[in-house]
Design a binder for this molecule. Sequence first.
Ligand SMILES: *Cc1c(COP(=O)(O)O)cnc(C)c1O
Length: 379
Amino acid sequence: MKIKRNILLNPGPSTTTDTVKMAQVVPDICPREQEFAGMMKGLREDLLKIVHADPGKYTSVLFCGSGTINIDVCLNSLLPEGKKVLIVNNGAYSTRAVEICQYYGLPHIDLRFPVDRLPDLSLVEKSLEENPDIALVHTTHNETGTGILNPIREIGALTHRYGAVFMVDTTSTLAMRPINMEDENIDFCMASAQKGLTAMTGLSFVIGNRAMLEASKNYPKRSYYCNLYLQYEFFEKTGEMHFTPPVQTIYAAIQALKEYFAEGEEEKWKRHTRVFRAIHKGLEELGFRNIIRREWQSGLVVSVIYPDDVNWNFERIHDYCYDRGFTIYPGKISTTNTFRLCAMGAIDEQDMKDFFTILKEALCACGVRIPVTYKESIG
Ligand SMILES: *Cc1c(COP(=O)(O)O)cnc(C)c1O
């Protein structure tokens, strides 16, 4: 079967290989069969390998849902009675964590920083010092809205110095940027199958410290479907998900993991880096500017400022590219108009060269001046 190949430059889901797509076409199976439980056991073990987590100390728990389910699950399940969550917030995804706290009525501190700046660690420490009831600290590794990479190792070290648990939203780095749980001081991290793993949507997972997870057994139960301990306990007892898993998506994820290990952590990161550099090169040639300083970028997302040109029209540019198999995506910053190009997915340098040919055509078709122009000079 020939499947049209689209290049997704949006921040997930990402372009998949045909072998991953086809892995979903399998004989029907009841997921309560031993055969299926065995597959999930292997999948859970492989996920630990991605972040170099010792299976004696860490475990992984699968959920059926998009990546946000992980943030919801961890926040509502890992906070002891009478304690507080600290959210180190410099972007849209950490703001999502704040909203989850609001929905559950979890006591929390929203420690905000500008979206184009790294968090000030002295203020993080001050917050921990002044609030001994903080039991859980949350932040986002790569703020996908802007592409800024947060200093998780340092935030994790502070978190541990003050005796709290550190959870990190690694949805847009895991299986792309190499991560070592222990070195980065991470107690819980998370992702969904559709981003770094380049598998299908609908499967998400949390990787976490087993002892801390077991300690959460007696924490307040704030959700039934989204409780981390309950799902973990069910996996440990039966090898199964508590409720119906996304069966075909799991087959695809297993194939994607095979391809991940065949390519290798280092080679895969090199490929993402090639794509990222090709994005920058293409943008520079056209005169586009970034919102985030280059040295703070995650190497996976480029946030581009709209040029000041009366003929610039993001929707028209998007549609032109989309019709030719390339998907670009709007930004997520309220104060500046941006669009994003992401180096995720099963794509390589040549795809970016092809993309920039199309983007240039799109700019010409819209009458946008090349190189693009900005009112303010860089100062
Ligand atoms: C994609 C993403 C999520 C999850 O988004 P969903 O739409 O629920 O899949 C969460 N955090 C980050 C940092 C992400 O990039």
